[in-house]
Design a protein around this ligand. Sequence first.
Ligand SMILES: Nc1ncnc2c1ncn2[C@@H]1O[C@H](COP(=O)(O)OP(=O)(O)OP(=O)(O)O)[C@@H](O)[C@H]1O
Length: 462
Amino acid sequence: MIPALILVVDDEPAMRRVLEIGLRRLGHTVRLACNGQEALNLLAEDAFDLVLTDLRMPVLDGLGLLKAMADRGLQVPALVMTAQGSVDSAVEAMKLGAQDYLQRPVDMDVLELAVRRTLAGERLRADNRYLKEQVQPSTQDFVGHSPAMREVFEQIRQVGPTRASVFITGETGSGKEVAARAVHRASDRAERLCVAVNCAALPAEMIEAELFGHQKGAFTGAIKDRVGRFELADGGTLFLDEITEMPLALQPKLLRALQEGCIERLGSSQPVPVDVRIIAACNRDPREAVRQGLLREDLYYRLNVFHLRMPALRERREDILPLAQHLALRQHHQVVFAPEVQARLLAYDWPGNVRELDNVLQRALILAGPPRQGVVQVLPSHLPADLGGQLVAPPAAAPEVAAESWAGRDSLTLSDAVADLEASLIAEALRRSGDNKRRAAALLGISERALWYKLGRTRVAS
Ligand SMILES: Nc1ncnc2c1ncn2[C@@H]1O[C@H](COP(=O)(O)OP(=O)(O)OP(=O)(O)O)[C@@H](O)[C@H]1O
């Protein structure tokens, strides 16, 4: 459990003392106030994690305190203590933002549970706030039908339930974060958080505080205590994306945290135990980064217990169309791709991988306009001009090539020439698709059925 700073507000000194002792025993730091006004003064001075308040008090009562907190935008979770039978005031308090209410006399076990639940809820909200800063992939969707992706799924199934650190490599946008979240979901930590940190997205000087948290006053601007992502991920998984971008000076501290299972917030020398599984990722060869002195070798070995390689999208072209459908559905669109669109999507090399496919699709959905009868038609004009156009269109050199071959021909009839050109394009499409008829048909911009028909009547060797 994370030790929290709790403000206890009660006008009865004996009750304050009992609560103080009980909460301290649970490892929390406790401050005391004897009415709402005093509480407000303390709230202005410190960053509290939780307020536990009585309702009936002189000067400013519990409801008045909750209202004043809301008016001042103080988002500290609050628990209220009510006298037995006073359900109305408990309801009133909940309406004013209290998380829960406890009946007096307060049972210490019930209090412990309520505090735990409230702090965990607050952690979850804090984590969501963090994660919203990043592109948050939908957690349940991990599409892949290709043999390469089936292999990835199998590896995740095997390594997921272990505690092993996983190192994911793969080109940008190939789905390393989606894979990391899938590993987390396949583990017995799935109920806890998977917290992501992109080491390249954060300024170097901020990474340390983000990871380890800080005490109030640890540096200029540290106006309150802050829990770091290590602590947020306690019991769960910490995903360190672009690990080779982590400042070299910080890497020994990370290694120590992994070896010792505890961290220290900046500005504090008190070790905080954390139970975190680490998944790291990078889109370059990590051994090269080690050779270049960007990634410490000892850290690399610690992280790379299990290596997972995400294949580039062009290595698994059969995933392109199902992924495109899936990404469109994510935007709540049912789509139909014109044959030429399919061909161009399949022919393109996707250096930005699934993310680039997603971008192309979002653009296409905008250009395609609203759905008709629930379906969006994506046409070639909705794709960027430079996307995959090179494959199906005959290359600029084609006329000369054709002209040469025409010279020695017996027949100059147009239908024979067109049939020959068609046959050679079909042969090329089959070659490029590894004799996969469905993919070859898409490359040619015709239906698979039409391809089978043409194969039946042409001289193409399939
Ligand atoms: N197999 C997949 N199924 C569904 N969506 C995917 C898949 N792979 C990637 N995506 C989507 O593509 C986008 C990029 O994926 P992700 O962020 O996991 O890539 P990455 O390899 O971590 O990228 P980077 O190297 O830039 O950090 C996300 O929107 C993600 O949801």
